[in-house]
Write a protein that binds this ligand. Sequence first.
Ligand SMILES: Cc1cc2nc3c(=O)[nH]c(=O)nc-3n(C[C@H](O)[C@H](O)[C@H](O)COP(=O)(O)OP(=O)(O)OC[C@H]3O[C@@H](n4cnc5c(N)ncnc54)[C@H](O)[C@@H]3O)c2cc1C
Length: 556
Amino acid sequence: YIKTLNTDPLDVLVIGGCIVGAGLIRDLALNGDIKAGLIEQGDFACGTSGASSQLIHGGFRYIAKRDIALVKQSRKERETLTHIAPNLVKPIPLAILRYKGDPYPLAGIRLAAQYYNHLSKSDASEKAKLHIDTDKIQSKVGPISTDGLKGCVVLWDSIVDDARLTLATIKDAHLHGGVIANYVAFVEYVSIPNPPETMYRVLAKDCITDECFEICARKIVSTTGPWTDMLWQKDPSYNGQLRLEKKNAKGIHLILPRCTKVDPTDNYGIVALTQSEKQQNAKQRAIFILPGDDNTSIVGTTETTPEGDPKDVRPSADEVSYLLAEAKRLFPGMSLDQNSIIGTYAGIRPLIANNQTKLIGDSKNFVSREHLITESPSGILYVYGGKLTTHRLIAEETVDYIADFLSVPRQCKTARCPLPSANSDVIVPDEPKQADDGRIQSVEIDRERLIQRYGYIGYLSIQELVNRDASLADRMTDDHPFLKAEILYAFTGEMAITLDDVLWRRTRIGWTQGQGLDIAEQIVNFLSKNNNWSETRKLEEIERYKRHIEWLNQHL
Ligand SMILES: Cc1cc2nc3c(=O)[nH]c(=O)nc-3n(C[C@H](O)[C@H](O)[C@H](O)COP(=O)(O)OP(=O)(O)OC[C@H]3O[C@@H](n4cnc5c(N)ncnc54)[C@H](O)[C@@H]3O)c2cc1C
């Protein structure tokens, strides 16, 4: 891909390969008539998009703020994402708990939830159920504290593995001709269009080999989220001032053993107002506990002012103890303590300030309250803000503008075409193909899981690997469901480059008990046989992964 990026001039170069960049290149590629490329300095979804709360949601709290248009927009996007990625975007019942002293009455919450459901076609007929019987609430959501519990209201949102959604979006863009490279960083502009020259020349760096090369494109778009200021500082029209007035917010999550009930049909998430005085506006902040993989719970989140380079974001001791205290309060019977914490992660929400009057020298701005698409005097587009939930819409608005600029026909197909991993039109055959020696059983056992995780096309690719080598149908270890073929597929089909890519984003083993340290050695040994990793590479990968986990866990 690097060679193609270097030799074939592009119409559009997208810088930043998380959800907004992924959504954008997918739209550009599906549109046709636009040759688009994307570079990501790390792995796909290594930024905020791999560290979110995993909800595809309408923003229930905006109902209280009467921002109905925003809620409607997000609810609609949720429906669209459910349609195009049904294997990834799953409905989840959320129990909004009300404890003594909480400001909103149950009847009011129910009314708002009813209205919230009503804003989404698929949930319109769904009644927002209200429960006041604490035994019944516990039987649904698990052993939550009944001390002062007044009741709960159940509404529906959706849950997604944010890294898998980003990867599926990237894969679709790639299938439709997008030229995409991870571990390639934007370094600087070599030149900008100066008629009759119509191209930007950008210097990029292959972060694996440290070699630099040039990319030419007619339009450059930054989708670098919290890194946007760094890109702006390299913009030839940078004038020493900040481009956007931002109010970025850092948020962390804890991964704990499953607190809520494990239920084969309805795995509830819970939302409760925080009781801690540590956070600003503590009474107004909500804490939620969502079901994670492998019998874990994801507890979030916080909101503090970030400092330093976004890549160095990690949970502080205060943030960890705040969330742990809240989880303990809500699940007093679980004897949670510092040792219960399986892992943590942190990200930075790219948020725009309400007041955008300080924008500098723009020729074109599209402003919503949540995202902003703006063009600098040198013609470079910056896409900023938004949510995981609204990434497709943000891309649609951006490509509308780009297609106009390039004078190419515009046809946005992203809301109609399913992601390749999720082609719901494909009928899954009952019987998977048998390998010669008949060792297909473990794939057959995992077929449903594989389809859910990788979609039907991904499943077929994994099956193909097993057909060639039946031993790949074995699990990597007994402690995790992942097959050897899946680990290999991360490299052959999903552009994984490092051990971290596999453990943290392709499989999420890093978010389960042991954080992947228990399986790292087996994986590198397997990769040395199957992916030609040398002894030195094996040691380096393990060391790097260990350092990453130690660094992240420093405050545990
Ligand atoms: C705690 C938290 C919880 C959240 N929960 C939710 C939720 O439940 N639902 C929801 O819808 N949204 C949620 N969000 C918001 C959502 O996660 C973000 O809005 C979204 O992920 C931002 O995506 P992005 O692509 O703009 O930025 P990022 O995901 O940060 O990606 C920017 C990318 O640009 C790359 N980059 C930077 N500089 C360069 C360079 N020089 N060259 C190449 N690449 C570069 C970075 O490496 C990075 O990968 C949450 C956010 C946080 C922080």
